[in-house]
Design a protein around this ligand. Sequence first.
Ligand code: HEC
Length: 145
Amino acid sequence: MKTTMLIPFTAGALVLAVGLAATRADDADASPNTAQLPPPSTRRGVTYAADIKTIFDHSCVKCHSGRKPKGHLKLDTLADALKGGKDGKVILPGDSAKSMLILNVAHLSKDHMDWMPPLHNKAGIKPLTPEQISLLRAWIDQGAK
Ligand code: HEC
């Protein structure tokens, strides 16, 4: 009698253990591997006006400006870029590796729909180069001025 009671219990514990292990693995996937990011540029005094606006103008503002910006995010002024979008702030001054904008342009966000610019956009806008991402990182790390 006792041993037959043990079988369902053991099976239950096994399912629980496997379930926990799977949850752990999912968590690991959820945190992007920021070691894959291009390192921040060593350039000093990087600013929106001098260095960044031209990147955004070329690759982003077609969708991120105007009355109905995609993701409710406008990138055509510094103030709007810092304000963020529908999911909140996309730039964390001083912490480029945790800034959503960087994870999106570097294709480190888990959901491919978050990769920016979108992979097959009709406008034919190309992904940013590692050099451009390095400059964006330096700008954010230096305070996003
Ligand atoms: C062809 C249009 C297009 C271009 C070009 C584009 N984006 Fe986007 N972007 C979108 C769309 C659409 C969304 C909303 C996706 C969603 O709803 O999940 C979005 C969302 C975002 C978000 C998330 C906003 C939030 O709060 O959820 C960020 C950050 C972002 N884009 C950054 C950029 C950057 C930086 C560039 C240029 C390097 C860029 N995008 C270029 C269409 C574009």
